[in-house]
Design a protein around this ligand. Structure first.
Ligand code: TRP
Length: 359
């Protein structure tokens, strides 16, 4: 473990004092793009972050959670939609268990040091590294395929520099805070590798360890399938938002695709989307029971109903917290203000160290 400056906010009647003291601890950091949160984000990124915190509950840990609103800007140029999305995602995170007093919760765009570190790290980022990043490569591959029928098409059609440099900005998000552990979905593991590469290159050049190489934490177990059976993802448009009114949630779950095995006939559980969906939310006991029901020929409709009940049960009370925060702009602004204040105590210090090495 590394000695860190722990930030401790003391509220007295007269003033808010921030006390900084050194201690051995682990710093956990993760971000989420405010472009809506679906059940897959919850299972893949938010829940694992909380699980990680409880795993280390007897050790000093510090959690940095943030909204990656610059990353969202790559695809959302509508300020009203973006603002709405930021509120919804922040409210979702709080409703799912983020403790705004204990955890450091902020907007990426409120931390200018992240942008400055992005510029500083650009020369340490080989272009080839970003050429290989999968989101960018997917665009190029698609354009290459299309260009066979349309010869004027550019391989970079539809790619903006925000998309191309996404992994670089993400590296700065992480390295600005010297994070030890970064819980993310499997699809972000390449980004973590890139962050480590960039940090390594910088550190070797300046013979320093200022930029801490982050460790990836990926949740084990099945990915959450979306409505069409593929991995749940907003880009496949097969997702279920976390906080929907009960009726809408049920309606969406009922839309999940299945094969045509009739009621009464044994269902295969292996690589069955409904089964792995159910398993994501169920206890071991419930999973065993469902296995037996599959063997006995439960109908797909009944499986979906059980999925709905399970998910809804977990979300029922949290829905009230969500509704409170999503309608309290002022309260959220205060949370972000305090979060940025705390977070910047670290990012300013790291950036200063970095600049002192360079100039
Ligand atoms: N790329 C993450 C996502 O897919 C969001 C993100 C941006 C992030 N910066 C980060 C996650 C830094 C962890 C650490 O939503």
């Amino acid at each position: 473990m590394t000695p860190y400056d722990i930030l401790h906010i003391e509220n007295t009647l007269k003033e808010t004092k921030i006390v900084v003291y050194r201690c051995d601890m682990k710093r956990i950091l993760t971000g989420i793009k405010p472009t809506g949160v679906h059940l897959g984000n919850w299972m893949g990124a938010i829940k694992p972050s909380f699980e990680l915190l409880s795993k280390y509950k007897d050790e000093p840990t510090e959690a940095f959670f943030f909204l990656a609103d610059f990353h969202a800007l790559n695809t959302c140029f509508d300020p009203i939609a973006l603002k709405k999305s930021i509120k919804e995602v922040a409210a979702t995170w709080i409703a799912l268990g983020l403790d705004t007093k204990k955890h450091i919760f902020y907007r990426q765009s409120d931390i200018p040091e992240i942008s400055e570190l992005t510029v500083i790290l650009s020369p340490f980022t080989p272009k080839g590294l970003l050429n290989r990043a999968h989101a960018y490569k997917a665009f190029v591959d698609k354009n290459r395929e299309l260009s066979q029928s349309d010869t004027v098409r550019d391989l970079d059609d539809g790619v903006n520099m925000g998309l191309f440099t996404y992994p670089l900005l993400m590296s700065a998000d992480i390295l600005s805070f010297q994070a030890d552990l970064v819980p993310v979905g499997e699809d972000n593991s390449q980004h973590l590798e890139i962050a480590r590469d960039i940090a390594g290159k910088f550190n070797r050049n300046y013979k320093t360890e200022t930029l801490k190489l982050p460790e990836l934490v990926v949740r084990k177990g099945a990915l959450l399938p979306g409505l069409d059976g593929r991995k749940m993802s907003a880009s496949y448009n097969n997702h279920i938002p976390v906080f929907l009114p009960e009726k809408k949630l049920r309606k969406l779950i009922m839309k999940m695709t299945t094969d045509s095995t009739p009621p009464g006939e044994t269902k295969k559980k292996d690589s069955n989307a409904l089964f792995s969906f159910y398993s994501n939310f169920a206890s071991n006991e419930q999973i065993l029971e469902m296995e037996q029901k599959y063997a006995k020929g439960i109908s797909w409709g009944e499986v979906k109903q059980e999925i709905f009940e399970l998910v809804n049960e977990e979300l029922k009370e949290k829905r009230d917290v969500y509704n409170h925060y999503v309608n309290s702009e002022k309260e959220l602004e205060d949370v972000f203000k305090e979060g940025a204040l705390k977070a910047r105590l670290v990012s300013k210090k790291v950036l200063k160290e970095v600049k002192d090495l360079i100039f």
